[in-house]
Design a protein around this ligand. Structure first.
Ligand code: BG6
Length: 483
């Protein structure tokens, strides 16, 4: 990290996101020596009238037990000392002026390099307050140092509910901050195997000639959770699974799977290619969608009794370009299913002129498991060991826990927060990317909101509605033996 005083402000400090993700990620970075006591100050900001100590207690209670005990306890107490709390509202200057005073006080301590100031504002807040909070930051809390430094803001999805609301939000933020100051987090872009996609695709001769419509039959990008909306029913009911997972996390993965090779690794070059993929997506037809809602979803008192919000969706998408014409991209996400998993499954076409008559055993498939237990494996046909000449489906398996035993894979949020401090926007969503993503899903979302496309009920703990499996077969996905 470059020199100078770094102030990290977590707005919405007592909220769920801050406690579960932001503060733990900051602690892990601190423990690894990325944020040193000499230069870093962390501020929590929220409406509740609590003390510094209260916030510190809350933060420690959200760290895993191992981190609070034994060898980490010293780091933890040092880390907690960096944290201060400022209470204030999200739409009045008073609190933000106070916050600015606190930040400035630390910036002029003898530990910081005189005058330089780096200010990171992390909005762990609902988007409804983004406009007022970002205006307050702009008015009261910008870095004023003439010796350099910066002010950046980090925002979390949901960035709006549809194209129009997202564009309004973008315009409001855009009036206050320049694009290089705005970091739109999609935490899937911080996951190890998502970051590996570019390397995999563009650094391996194996894949270069195969990654196209001539060889690939279909691609699935799947997210499953084995729990429902527990505790988040109110939020979820307003958004649904497409806005919560597919329009952002899975679509970002799709971009990295489908994009052309960027000119270089510069963030703008990569994001240029991602935008082109999004702009080439064909409008989604209703017959390419199966929605589901798990039984019992509306029992949550924060969910309306007659809610038609989908908690499950399978959407078959097509990309209209030279590489992908005719290849279905199947995006599937669901809550309260039978397992917790996120993976990409690339299914290859049948071998022409099969002399082994083995195609019914299954096609070649390349699977990238994002979580849990990061892995990549290839399903392929081999001779069944033994005297007979028969074939069997087997796997070439790169499982990260076995291959990289000494490496601790960082949490997505750790990486992304570090990127914001370093000023690297490669793994953040650019404004035009966001717009293109909403353009794809807005018509469908409006049809769902208007009750024209409705979810099918499914049992919690199941695979989701059977109709989704039918859609998958219709899109050409062939179940492999044993899968
Ligand atoms: C969040 C969604 O963005 O991602 C949640 O709002 C979901 O509904 C979560 O549970 C999943 O993240 P991960 O990293 O556990 O796959």
């Amino acid at each position: 990290l470059d020199n100078g005083c770094l102030s990290i402000v977590v707005l919405g400090a007592s909220g769920d996101l801050a406690k579960k993700k932001t503060f733990p990620a900051l602690f892990h970075l601190f423990k690894q020596g990325f944020l040193t006591t000499n230069e870093v100050h962390i501020f929590g900001y929220a409406r509740s009238k609590i003390t510094d100590e209260d916030l510190r207690d809350r933060i420690s209670s959200y760290l895993s037990p191992g981190e609070v005990s034994t060898e980490s306890s010293e780091s933890l107490s040092k880390f907690l000392k960096l944290i201060k709390y400022v209470s204030g509202s999200y739409d009045h200057e008073d609190g933000f002026l106070l916050l600015n005073d606190e930040i400035s006080k630390h910036e002029t301590t003898k530990n910081s390099q005189e005058g330089t100031s780096r200010r990171l504002f992390y909005l762990a807040l609902p988007p409804s307050v983004y406009p007022s909070v970002s205006k307050m930051i702009r008015t009261c809390c910008m870095n004023q140092s003439h010796l350099g430094g910066w002010t950046r803001i980090v925002v979390e999805k949901p960035f709006g509910k549809d194209l129009k609301s997202s564009e309004e939000l973008s315009a409001q933020l855009g009036e206050l901050f320049d694009e290089p100051q705005i970091y739109r987090i999609d935490h899937y872009l911080g996951k190890e195997l998502v970051q590996n996609l570019l390397v995999l695709r563009f650094a391996n001769r194996f894949f270069l000639p195969l990654w196209n419509r001539d060889n690939i039959a279909n691609i699935q990008i799947v997210f499953r959770e084995d729990f429902g909306t527990e505790g988040r029913g109110g939020y979820f009911d307003e958004y649904g699974i497409i806005r919560d997972i597919i329009q952002n996390h899975l679509l970002q993965v799709l971009c990295l799977v489908a994009m052309e090779k960027p000119v270089s690794l510069k963030p703008e070059h990569i994001r240029d290619e991602k935008v082109k993929v999004l702009q080439s997506v064909v409008p989604i037809k209703d017959e390419d969608v199966v929605l589901g809602q798990y039984q019992g979803y509306t029992d949550d008192p924060t969910v309306s009794d007659n809610s038609n919000t989908p908690t499950f969706a399978t959407v078959v998408m097509h990309i209209h370009n030279e590489r992908w014409e005719g290849v279905p991209f199947i995006l599937k996400a669901g809550k309260a299913l039978n397992s917790k998993k996120a993976e990409i499954r690339v299914q290859f076409k049948d071998v022409p002129g099969d002399i082994f008559k083995c195609q019914k055993q299954g096609r070649n498939e390349f699977v990238i498991r994002l979580q849990p237990s990061e892995a990549m494996y290839m399903k392929l046909t081999v001779k069944k060991p033994g005297l007979n000449m028969s074939t069997i489906q087997s796997e070439l398996d790169l499982s990260y826990s076995q291959r990289y035993q000494d490496v601790i894979i960082p949490e997505a949020y750790e990486r992304l927060i570090l990127d914001t401090v370093r000023g690297d926007q490669q793994h953040f969503v650019r404004r035009d990317e966001l717009k293109a993503a909403w353009e794809i899903f807005t018509p469908l979302l409006h049809r769902i909101d208007d009750g024209e496309v409705n979810p099918i009920s499914y049992k919690p703990g199941s695979r989701g509605p059977a109709e989704a499996d039918e859609l998958l077969s219709k899109a050409g996905y062939r179940q492999t033996h044993g899968y």
